[in-house]
Design a protein around this ligand. Structure first.
Ligand SMILES: [Zn+2]
Length: 62
């Protein structure tokens, strides 16, 4: 299972590698560069599914 995901900010394009939590879905993420608050898009369960390079751990298990 991959726990490292690179999140790309939709506002400024800043990329940052983060370690995903395995026990819950993260619903908010603040861009460390511009401060934009990311939230899951439409049917996505967490910000990693919407903005990260990897699906979140619960989805990787399925
Ligand atoms: Zn940003």
């Amino acid at each position: 299972m991959k726990l490292q995901s690179i999140i790309t900010c939709p506002e400024c394009g800043f990329e940052k590698e983060e370690t995903m939590p395995t026990n819950y879905c993260q619903l908010k993420y603040k861009c460390t560069k511009c401060g934009y608050i990311m939230k899951p898009k439409n049917s996505d369960c967490c910000i990693y599914c919407s903005y990260g390079t990897e699906k979140c751990p619960p989805l990787q298990v399925k």
